[in-house]
Design a protein around this ligand. Sequence first.
Ligand SMILES: [Zn+2]
Length: 329
Amino acid sequence: MRDERIALCAIGLDLGGSGLKGGIVDGAGKLLKVKQVPSPVHSHPEQIADALVTLLQALAEEANREGWQVVGAGVSSTLDVDPQTGCFLPPHFDHLQRWQGYPIAQYLESALSLPVLVENDGPMCAWGEYLVGAGKGYDSLVMVTLGSGVGGGVVLEGKRLPNTLGRAAYFGHLCIDLDGLICPCGRRGCWEMYVSATALERRAAEVVESEARPTHLGKQPTAQQVVAAAQDGDALATELLNELAGYLAVGLIDLANLFAPPLLVIGGGLSRAGELLLAPARQQMNALRLPICSEIALVASQLPFEAGLMGAALLALERFGGVYVRNPN
Ligand SMILES: [Zn+2]
């Protein structure tokens, strides 16, 4: 017979821009099953909600079939959510305005007859990383996710940064250059205009177009292709990552000064560049000789695929089942 604490599980979902991922996580924080489907994020609200319900139901049925009791579900969302009401917030960008006020948590709860929490993906990734990823052994961390945009989350002394307005840790819109590039949010010089995967792709296209230098990069390389080329020793791709690392360091120093965390974790798709990105960023941070920078560990996510869904599922386990306790090691 199973230990009663271990027989409980939660479902975690990660609603991202390119994929909708879901997983079953047990009371010991182990990911038992994963499913992924195309992201419905550009559909109408009802279609997105239905896609979430379909995946949640499939995972809940699978868990039940295998003898697990589902205590609830957590959703890590790329669309901003008010954690108090469980409704989507007005987004920065017009094409998603139809999401404003949609009661996603309530909809999922009534469709599934289970308690459901829905929160922003940056804080959820930070929580997953803190509990079962790169944050193990630390009591505080700041996470920065480098994807199509830039997000993040903060855990201080074991507590998540309160997100009362649903917009905490909006790191992508920190200003690093008053005269810089115009961001879709309306300001100039936002950090994500320089360090997101989108920014890397824009910059790579510019450089490939303007420089007649030998490179394995095609005309409009994806961020993944730039990272892969740098891993193969392509000089131009390596320069592009070094340039990005310089901008990364500028924002990380601000975060170091704000929170003085012992650990900075880089997640999102670009974290796959690993030391190709982190080593030059670390060098730039240390070059300033700010004592705080040399005291902080800068590492890549240990959960590049599942940080969001793990964070959401573990929060659901804690809130709805009271079963997950962080392993102190
Ligand atoms: Zn901005």
